[in-house]
Design a protein around this ligand. Structure first.
Ligand SMILES: Cc1cc2nc3c(=O)[nH]c(=O)nc-3n(C[C@H](O)[C@H](O)[C@H](O)COP(=O)(O)O)c2cc1C
Length: 311
């Protein structure tokens, strides 16, 4: 079976997941072509030549990013039914993130794509706050263990249980104000004096929304709020309008932290994260995989308790 994975990734998390999924699918004998939506060429021909379609995106305000919906809307209707799989990443494991694919699925259903399953991986935040290195490591190690299981199920035709959310479609529709809000807020981005004019932001913006002319940066009206410019700016010189207090700058290493670090947001969605890691562990162990205790949040709490007791 040949499939194609079209993905959008603002800051790299979704791309990381997609590459791992492609590796897993290839190991299962599936040819999996991977392509970033903003670089996609000959899409109708590629999709027509594949037995299924995979779409991957980071959850943005409980929705797929605007570029992903635009991409889906531009796809031609298929003559015969074609299976559709969705891969998504998000900073939180909240069940509400499940509503993010409703619109995408509705658009693609009209074009004869038949939804067969979606796979969700929690990855560190690229806005709101910076997850600790320990947490980013834990998330990626967990995703790496879940992806091969999900791909094995996908290849075997085992569909994951669908997670519905009451009034999800309506809620997602309201939250899509973010698409308009992002374009509006994007025009308010500014560049600080620390900028070294490396032009990374101009070169990598997925919608070519940033231009530099006559010594000035200009931010146009097609911002996706993907954070690529601000997150990867080597001088942390981009101010992201109204959301500047939520800015996160600098790539995650996804390695275990070299030194003890302070976890600043220990309470934020703690139960959801805990549930996510625990259920991942149960699933991995049940399938004969390994899932070290250090990847659980409870392991960290125990360490903290021991440290506190020793003080
Ligand atoms: C504008 C914006 C909105 C976001 N909204 C959500 C959200 O609703 N729920 C969530 O769990 N994470 C949310 N996130 C976090 C991202 O989904 C998460 O960090 C993702 O892994 C980023 O992937 P990427 O590096 O491929 O862009 C949001 C991020 C951005 C930039």
């Amino acid at each position: 079976m040949k499939t194609v994975i079209y993905y959008f990734s603002g800051t790299g998390n979704t791309e990381k997941v997609v590459r791992e999924a492609a590796r897993s699918l290839s190991a299962l004998g599936w040819g999996a072509e991977v392509c970033a939506i903003e670089q996609a060429e000959n899409v109708p021909e590629t999709v027509a030549a594949c037995g299924s379609l995979c779409i991957a995106y980071p959850v943005h305000a409980f929705n797929a990013p605007a570029s992903v919906l635009r991409f889906a809307e531009a796809l031609p209707a298929q003559e015969t039914e074609k299976p559709l799989y969705i891969f998504k990443t998000s900073g939180e494991p909240l069940a509400l993130n499940n509503i993010s694919s409703y619109k995408l699925r509705a658009v693609l259903a009209k074009k004869n794509f038949v939804f067969r399953g979606e796979y969700h991986y929690v990855m560190p935040y690229n806005i709101i706050f910076r997850h600790s290195d320990a947490m980013a490591y834990r998330m990626w190690e967990t995703a790496k263990r879940l992806i091969p299981l999900d791909c094995a199920d996908l290849a075997a035709g085992i569909e994951p249980p669908e997670k519905k959310f009451p009034f999800g479609g309506m809620l997602a529709g309201i939250m899509r104000v973010e698409h308009w809000g992002g374009r509006w807020n994007g025009k308010k981005y500014r560049v600080e004096e620390s900028c070294v004019h490396c032009m990374k932001c101009v070169k990598t913006c997925p919608t070519h929304n940033i231009t530099y002319e006559d010594g000035k940066f200009r931010f146009g009206g097609d911002c996706l709020m993907c954070m690529r410019c601000a997150f990867h700016c080597p001088k942390n010189a981009i101010k992201i309008g109204l959301f500047n207090k939520w800015k996160v700058n600098g790539a995650y290493t996804f390695l275990p932290p070299a030194e003890e670090e302070e976890e600043r947001h220990t309470r934020y969605c703690k139960n959801s994260y805990e549930k996510y890691f625990e259920s991942a562990r149960a699933r991995v162990l049940a399938r004969g995989g390994d899932f070290p205790d250090e990847l659980l949040l409870s392991a960290q709490s125990e360490e903290e308790d021991t440290a506190r007791a020793a003080e």
